[in-house]
Design a protein. Sequence first.
Length: 446
Amino acid sequence: MNTMSKIMNCAGIVNCLHNHLGLLKLGMQQGVASEIVKDPVFIVSFPRTATSILHRTMAHDRERFRNFDLCDMMSPLPPVARQDIEGRQALADKVQKGMLDEMESIFPGYRECLETMHGFRVDEAEEDLGWYDAGLGHMYMDFLMLLYPEFRAKPGGVSSLESKECARYRYAWLDMVMRIYQHKDKAWFDNHGSTEEIKGYGSTDDMERGNRAAASVDSRPWLMKDPNHAAYLPELTQQFPDAKLIFTHRSPAHIVPSMAKLFLCFTSVQHIPGARGTTSEEWGQEVVLRMQHYCQGLVNFAEAIKGKPYYGLGVDPTRRIDFPFHELAKDIPGAIRTIYASFYPGRPGPSPTAEAAFSKYLEENERHKRGNQRRSLEDHFHLAEDDVAFSDYCNMFLTNNDCQTTARIIPFLGVLVLLDNVATCETPTTVPPATKRTETKSYLGL
C-alpha cells in the first residue's frame, strides 16, 4: 500500500471500531434481541452477473422490501429508519460531502472511473459486505484486495477472512444489524407514524389503510446482495434458514476479465506502482483463484442438496430462483415480475408505483451513459480459455455446447427462468406439484 492508502485504512480502522462498539451496544438492547429476521431475500450470484442493477432496481419497491443503502454502512450511528425520508436524505448528504467528495478531491476522476463498472452512490442499495467493516473492525474488502499477495503466500494460501468460521461470524453480525434496524423502524412508527407516514388518513376506512401501512413496514423482508455469499451458502442458510435465494449464471470466461478489471481499477490509487501483486497478469491469476472459490462453493452446495431437501432450497420455487445472465440483463423488470410470481405466489406483482420507479431508475442508469471498461482474457490479463474453464460449474449450470450464454435446468434446481414471454405476475401455472418438482422441469413465464 502507498502512504495515502495506509493513512486512509488506519483512519478507517478507527471509524470501523467506533461503529463496531456502537452497533454492539444497540444489538444488546432487549427490544433488538427479540426481533426476528423473516424471509430475507439474498441475491447470491457471482460478481459481474447483473446483480447490482437487479438489486438496486428491486430496492425501489419500498412497499415490498427494505434494504441498506451505502450511507447506512458508512455512517450507521445513529441508525436512521427506512421511513424517515428527511433523516435519510440528511444522512446521504452527510456521507456524500464528508466522505465521497473528500475521496474525489484526493483522487480526481476515481469515482467516475468506478462508475463504469460499479458505482458507489450514497442513497442506493449496496452490497452486504459493507457491513463487515464494522463487524470486523477494519475495511474488509480493502484488506482482501490490497493484501492478497501476503495471504496467498501463507500456508494454505487463503486469508482467515475467507474461512467458514469468519463467514458464520459475519452472518451473525449481519443478522444483528438487520434486527437493529427493524427495531428502529418500529420505534420510528411509534413516534411518527400517525403524523408522518399515515398523515391525512381521516375516515375510518382511511385509518384502517394507515394501520395496514404501518403493519406492512414491520413485515417487509430484507433485500440483500453480496457475491461472496456464493462461497458460503451453508453458513448463510444456517443463519437465515428461511432465506429466499436469487442466482444468475454466466460464463466464467466473461466474468473473470470483468472482475479482474474492477479489482485493478479499485486498487489502482492505493498501491505503489510496480509493487508485487499489482500487474494485470497477477490480477488475472488472483481472480481465477477467487472465481474458483465462488464456483466450488456453489457446486458443493448444489451437490449437498441434490436429491434431498435442504431448508427447501433444492425443490421449492418459492425459495430459490435461477436466471441465465443474458436473459436477466436484457429484461430487468421482467425478471423482477418473475421473482415476485415465484417467491410470493398468490400475491400481486409490483405496484404501478414500483413499476414506474423501476423504469425511471433503469432509464437513468443505462450502461452506455456511463461507459464501459475494455478488458479481455488474453490481451489484458494473460489468460487462456483453459484457465477459466471451471468445468464443474459449467457442466452443472450451463449447457455444454454454449457455456457462454445459455443456462439449463437440472433436477435439484428449484426453477430456471427464461424471460422472453413474461408478461404478467400472476401465479405461474407451469410449476408442477411439490411431489413432482424433483422430477419435472419448470420454466416460469413460458
